[in-house]
Design a protein around this ligand. Structure first.
Ligand SMILES: [Zn+2]
Length: 112
């Protein structure tokens, strides 16, 4: 998952080095979970593999211990992040609904 601009400052200064170490040195340019080779067609999806460095136990960008990072293909990374993304969508929906309710109350209270 690409680093969003608002989260960039939360990553350690040596993030690029950590990411390269995990993907190319430790993982040997292969997905650490399914073994798919970087830049080759994925054995399941057929799409070209681009290894990324994923947060495994703690998703916060600051949690950049090498024990918390894994080199993953898009498929494994997406599957791993899916529950967190679902929860983030739920949270955004709830915040929007709460804000709309506040706005509605504000407008309604001003009319009466
Ligand atoms: Zn994989």
């Amino acid at each position: 998952m690409p680093i969003s601009p608002e989260n960039k400052a939360r990553y350690p200064k040596d993030w690029a080095l950590r990411s390269r170490f995990v993907r190319f040195y430790r993982a040997g340019n292969k997905c650490e979970w399914c073994g798919a080779e970087n830049h080759q067609p994925h054995p399941v999806t057929g799409s070209r593999v681009v290894l990324t460095c994923a947060h495994i136990f703690d998703h916060r960008p600051e949690a950049a211990s090498l024990l918390n990072l894994a080199a993953l293909c898009q498929r494994c990374h997406n599957q791993h992040d899916a529950p967190m993304r679902r929860q983030n969508r739920r949270d955004r929906r709830n915040r929007r609904a709460t804000n709309q309710l506040k706005l509605w109350r504000l407008i309604h209270d001003n009319k009466s």
